[in-house]
Design a protein around this ligand. Structure first.
Ligand code: HEC
Length: 406
């Protein structure tokens, strides 16, 4: 198959993946919302709560009930394929896009000597192992102390993140963590939630009463899934945000963002019972945003090399202030090439032509970026002619030259 055909299949799978994920997450958000807003029904002992919803020109009357074995409803809708389809299409993409090019897309050659297939094996085995650990924790006596159980899992997650950060590139570190959490979510549905539902439905069919304990266990897993949804969406979309994964303190930034997203989701769930929810959510957003900005202004870890000249230092300021760093990160991303080590190397252009990345090339790239487009990238860089002064361009060039020595 030609690479263009494969690329087209990737587009199709990505589209299916996004649609399935929207349906799945949408279900999760809606069901938890309904759960939280049910009104207790004192008069009817079989009722677990009810509500009315106005939509589509009518009122949906919804009631959550204890089932009567003699009167099982038909048809009964079960929600699982949204989750399975999301995982199957996502895993296909992981293999077809990443594992087939694992040397370049998974690893960071400046950090490791591992080779591509080893990286793919580590990535895949981790998905399985993390699920096993997660599941064991929730089956162990720790499940009686959910705060401790969550604490243990967060610690495992962070230690693992720190470990893979030592050989995967920043972009794949985030993606791997997102895939790992999402795999746990689907495994929860496939191996715990749906089997539990089947068990009590089977008992009901045998005429036994509705065992609510199975439901309680399934609900705990569903709630876990629910709180992980926002962080997973962030991690999955993070390849569009090199400003997060490309930072020297990428893990710290990720922790702040995930913490913020979980607290915000929690507040959204409390909106009926806690009148200040919106203020806490906004305060969390503001604090976390400042947190990320604060981390981004931390100095980079000291690397050996010649000190920066005053002119290169001014160039660094222009680089940060004019938004270059939004696209250009210390490592190549899908958005833009890294400028570290560019100066005086041979550059292949989209036309196939080879060119030496000297001062003239760098200056032209900044001013009229689309005149010569680097191979493998879209002509996405705005031209800076008329935006930057001659002095600023010279300073930027000096800074980019400095980056080549570090
Ligand atoms: C919107 C994203 C974006 C922004 C902002 C941006 N660039 Fe780029 N830049 C790119 C992309 C994509 C390429 C590769 C395609 C090309 O050569 O035009 C590139 C290429 C370059 C190159 C040539 C690199 C090579 O490997 O050949 C240089 C030098 C450069 N940019 C410098 C800068 C500077 C300096 C700034 C800030 C003043 C800046 N860029 C802002 C996206 C961006």
């Amino acid at each position: 198959m030609s690479s263009e055909v494969i690329e087209f299949f990737n587009v199709v799978f990505r589209f299916a993946h996004v649609i399935a994920a929207i349906m799945w997450i949408g279900d999760s958000l809606l069901f938890v919302w309904m759960e939280q807003n049910l009104i207790k029904d004192e008069k009817d002992p079989k009722s677990l709560g009810r509500m009315n919803m106005l939509h589509g020109g009518g009122v949906f009357y919804l009631q959550k009930r204890v089932l009567d074995p003699l009167n099982l409803p038909k048809p009964l809708h079960v929600f699982k394929w949204q989750s399975y389809t999301t995982w199957l299409t996502g895993f296909t993409l992981l293999v077809s896009t990443f594992y087939t090019r694992s040397g370049t897309l998974l690893l960071d050659p400046s950090k490791t000597d591992l080779v591509g297939w080893q990286a793919s094996v580590i990535s895949f085995v981790s998905l399985v192992l993390f699920w096993v650990i997660y599941d064991q924790v929730w089956q162990s006596p720790l499940k009686k102390y959910p705060v401790v159980a969550v604490g243990v899992l967060v610690a495992v997650f962070l230690l693992y993140a720190n470990w893979i950060n030592g050989f995967f590139n920043g972009r794949f570190v985030y993606l791997q963590l997102g895939v790992m959490l999402a795999t746990t979510m689907t495994a929860n549905v496939f191996l715990r939630i749906i089997p539990n539902q089947k068990k009590f439905m089977k008992e009901l069919a045998e005429g036994k009463p509705h065992n609510l304990e199975y439901g309680r266990q399934a609900k705990l897993r569903s709630m876990m899934n629910h709180y992980v949804t926002f962080p997973v969406i962030f991690l999955m979309l993070s390849s569009h945000a090199p400003v997060t994964y490309g930072d020297d303190h990428n893990l710290l930034i990720m922790c702040i963002i995930i913490f913020g997203l979980v607290v915000i989701k929690w507040m959204m769930n409390l909106y009926h019972s806690f009148s200040e929810w919106v203020y806490v959510a906004i305060a969390t957003f503001v604090l976390c945003t400042f947190g990320v900005v604060g981390v981004k202004s931390l100095p980079a870890p000291i690397t050996e090399g010649p000190p920066m000249s005053a002119m290169a230092e001014s160039g660094q300021k222009v680089f940060n202030n004019k938004g270059c760093m939004a696209c250009h990160q210390p490592v190549d991303s899908s958005i833009a090439p890294s400028l570290h080590g560019l100066y005086m190397t041979e550059r292949e252009l989209a036309t196939g032509e080879m060119i030496l990345a000297d001062e003239a090339y760098i200056e032209e790239s900044i001013l009229y970026s689309n005149k010569k487009v680097a191979k493998g990238y879209a002509p996405a860089m705005p031209g800076f002619a008329g935006v930057l002064s001659d002095e600023e361009v010279a300073e930027l060039t000096e800074y980019i030259k400095f980056l080549a020595q570090n």
